[in-house]
Design a binder for this molecule. Structure first.
Ligand SMILES: O=C(O)CC1=CCC(=O)O1
Length: 264
């Protein structure tokens, strides 16, 4: 684990794996941090230089005052990659992390070898639903929204059979700084990447969880249809965080995608 000042804030990151391999960068979702990738990463360490980091407002990274924009998140990640001398990478982004990936693919296409967009879309939710969530967290903290979020994150069977794991991931969520959380909600509220999607040139894999209540399969499939060089895969028995709930299946899909684009 390491820290660097990038784009004017301290970011928490970790670089693992094969220093001579192509870079593979993982981008977390709202209310999470890079620990969500822990069961995915081992599958890539022998061939890739794996970069993990916590988005601003999350994990051990700084949480500047809200609100943020998707471009703030993009600026953070590109500055971190500059510091790490990562010129080009394959990106795997979950939810808002996938929005960051989509935007990087348009702003800095020369840096994107491949994209995996996991449980994400060109547009997530509506300004009204995000305004409601922001108000609820401003009034009652993340505890005010936590049960609804966990129902979208994990399937009923995972919540029943893995109660301790769910409690641990709940801890991660509620320990996110409230203004880091609402700042990132604002970045999702204000982002409509529909016009960007058609300009994404990178080979793209879009993945959905069959029981995802945040970005349901049809929404992810629709985004895949907007991206010229994308294909869609559905993961069974998964909610919004398949890297936690179905890590072996997701690893296999990412690995196959990276093979297809010639990175393995
Ligand atoms: O909190 C949720 O509903 C799930 C989510 C939406 C955007 C994101 O990053 O996570």
């Amino acid at each position: 684990m390491a820290f660097a000042r990038a784009n004017g804030i301290v970011l928490h990151y970790q670089v693992l794996g094969n220093p001579d391999g192509p870079a593979l960068v993982f981008v977390n979702s709202l209310g999470s941090d890079f620990r969500i990738w822990q069961d995915i990463v081992p599958a890539f360490l022998d061939r890739f230089r794996v970069v993990l980091y916590d988005e601003r407002g999350h994990g051990l990274s700084d949480a500047p005052p809200a609100p943020y924009t998707i471009d703030d998140h993009v600026d953070d990640l590109l500055a971190l990659l500059d510091l790490l001398t990562v010129d080009r990478a394959a990106f795997v982004g979950l939810s808002v992390g996938g929005m960051i990936g989509q935007r990087i693919a348009v702003r800095a296409p020369e840096r994107v070898l491949a994209l995996t967009l996991c449980c994400t879309a060109a547009k997530i939710g509506t300004p009204e639903t995000w305004a409601e969530r922001i108000a609820a967290v401003e009034n009652g903290g993340i505890e005010a929204v936590v049960e609804g979020v966990l129902q979208r994150w994990f399937t009923p069977s995972f919540r029943r059979d893995k109660a301790e794991a769910c409690a641990g991931w709940r801890n991660m969520l509620v320990r996110t700084p409230a203004h880091g959380y609402t700042g990132t909600c604002a970045s999702i509220r204000d982002a409509d990447l529909t016009m960007d999607a058609g300009r994404i040139a990178a080979p793209t894999l879009c993945v959905a969880g069959d029981q995802d209540g945040s970005t349901p399969p049809d929404l992810v499939r629709h985004t895949a249809g907007l991206i010229p060089n994308a294909h869609f895969e559905l993961i069974e028995s998964a909610g919004h965080i398949p890297c936690v709930e179905q890590p072996a299946v997701l690893s296999k899909l990412i690995n196959r995608h990276l093979q297809e684009v010639g990175l393995v």
